[in-house]
Design a protein around this ligand. Structure first.
Ligand SMILES: C[C@H](O)CC(=O)SCCNC(=O)CCNC(=O)[C@H](O)C(C)(C)COP(=O)(O)OP(=O)(O)OC[C@H]1O[C@@H](n2cnc3c(N)ncnc32)[C@H](O)[C@@H]1OP(=O)(O)O
Ligand SMILES: NC(=O)c1ccc[n+]([C@@H]2O[C@H](COP(=O)([O-])OP(=O)(O)OC[C@H]3O[C@@H](n4cnc5c(N)ncnc54)[C@H](O)[C@@H]3O)[C@@H](O)[C@H]2O)c1
Length: 279
C-alpha cells in the first residue's frame, strides 16, 4: 500500500488527496508499462484491474506479468522456491482484467492511464472516465512528455489529477517522477535522437554506437537497443510533441530514419523489428 500512497501524497497538493487510502487501482493500457505498473501495484498488496481493448492483449499482459514475477522470485526467493510460487499466485490473484472501462473504474481509488502517447486520445479517455468514475477517484497519467494540465483539462477533477511517470522495465527501475516538468526524458530523449542522427550522418554503425555508450559510460543498453526496448512510436510521439511546442529548438529536430521505421510499423521489440530484428 505504502508505495502508491506515498507517491500520491508527494505529487498532489490538494487536501482532497492528502489523506487518501489507495486500495483499488485501475490501470488503463496493458502494454509494457501498464503490465509493469500492474505487477508492482499488485505485489505491494493493491487490488488491480487492468484494462485494454481486447482479451487477447490482456492475456499477453498477464503472461508478461507472470514471466516478470518469475524473474523477481528467482532472486528474492532463491532458497525458498515454494514460498516464491506462493508469492506469484498471491500477486496474480490481486490482478483482474477487463475490456469494459466503465465497470472497471467502479470502486477504484486510483485510475492510472498508460495508453498511447497522444494528447487527444488521452483527453478523450479521461473525459469519459470523469463521467464514469466515483467522485473520490484520483486520476493519474504515466505520460512521458505531455503536460499534465493539458490532459487534465478534459476533466472536472483538477484537484485529483496528477502525473506518475514510471520507467521501463517498471519492476526494476526505482524512479517515479511526480513533480511538474519531468527531468529524465528532457535529457534522455534528445540523447537518443542525437545517436540516431550520428548514425544517419554516417559517423558510426548502430552496433558501434551502442557498444561505445555501454563501454564508455557504463550504460546497460546502447541508444539503439534502448530505443527498441522503449518503443519507437513512443519516442517519436514525444519528440513530435516537443517540436510542435518549440519548433526552432535544434534538440528537437526530426530523424528521417525514425519517421520511416515508425511509418513501416517497425516499432522495436514489441513488433519484432525496429533498429534491430528480434526473434
Ligand atoms: C521513455 C520513458 O518515458 C522513460 C523510460 O522508461 S526510459 C527507459 C529507462 N530504462 C532503461 O534505461 C533501462 C536500461 N536497461 C537496464 O537497466 C537493463 O538492461 C535491464 C534492467 C533492462 C536488463 O538488465 P540486463 O542485465 O541488461 O539483462 P538481463 O540479464 O536480462 O536482466 C538482469 C536481471 O534484471 C531483472 N529483470 C530484467 N528485466 C526484468 C523484468 N521485466 N521484470 C523483472 N525482472 C527483470 C532480472 O532479475 C534479470 O535477472 P535474470 O537473469 O535472473 O532474469
Ligand atoms: N515505453 C516506455 O519506456 C515508457 C516509459 C514511461 C512512460 N511511458 C508512457 O506510458 C504510456 C504507454 O506506453 P507503453 O510503452 O506501455 O505503450 P504500449 O504500446 O506498450 O501499450 C499501450 C497499450 O494501451 C492500449 N490502449 C490504447 N488505447 C487504449 C484505450 N483507449 N483504452 C485501453 N487501452 C488502450 C494498447 O492496446 C496497448 O496495449 C505512454 O504514454 C508512454 O509515453 C512509456
Amino acid at each position: 500500500m505504502a508505495f502508491f500512497a506515498h507517491q500520491i501524497r508527494r505529487g498532489f497538493s490538494s487536501s482532497a488527496v492528502r489523506n487518501v487510502v489507495i486500495k483499488q487501482v485501475t490501470i488503463i493500457g496493458g502494454g509494457q508499462m501498464g503490465a509493469g505498473i500492474a505487477q508492482v501495484a499488485a505485489s505491494t498488496g493493491h487490488s488491480v484491474t487492468l484494462v485494454d481493448t481486447s482479451d487477447d492483449i490482456l492475456k499477453k499482459s498477464i503472461k508478461t506479468i507472470e514471466g516478470s514475477l518469475k524473474r523477481v522470485v528467482k532472486k528474492k526467493f532463491a532458497d525458498k522456491p515454494e514460498a516464491g510460487e506462493e508469492f506469484i499466485q498471491k500477486v496474480l490473484k490481486n490482478v483482474s482484467t477487463s475490456t469494459d472501462v466503465g465497470s472497471a473504474v467502479q470502486g477504484s481509488d486510483l485510475v492510472l492511464e498508460a495508453i498511447v502517447e497522444n494528447l487527444k486520445i488521452k483527453q478523450d479517455l479521461f473525459s469519459r472516465l470523469d463521467k464514469l468514475a466515483p467522485a473520490h477517484t484520483i486520476f493519474a497519467s504515466n505520460t512521458s512528455s505531455l503536460p499534465i494540465s493539458d490532459i487534465s483539462s478534459a476533466t472536472n477533477r483538477l484537484d485529483r489529477f496528477g502525473g506518475l511517470h514510471f520507467f521501463n522495465p517498471v519492476p526494476m527501475m526505482k524512479l517515479v517522477e511526480d513533480t511538474p516538468g519531468f527531468i529524465v526524458n528532457r535529457l534522455f530523449v534528445p540523447y537518443l535522437y542525437e545517436a540516431i542522427r550520428l548514425y544517419e550522418r554516417g559517423h558510426g554503425s548502430k552496433e558501434d554506437i551502442d557498444i561505445a555508450m555501454k563501454l564508455g559510460v557504463g550504460y546497460p543498453m546502447g541508444p539503439f537497443e534502448l530505443s527498441d526496448y522503449i518503443g519507437l512510436d513512443t519516442i517519436k510521439f514525444i519528440m513530435d510533441g516537443w517540436r510542435e511546442m518549440d519548433p526552432d529548438n535544434t534538440l528537437f529536430a526530426p530523424s528521417e530514419l525514425m519517421d520511416k521505421l515508425v511509418a513501416e510499423g517497425k516499432l522495436g521489440k514489441k513488433t519484432g523489428e525496429g533498429f534491430y530484428k528480434y526473434k
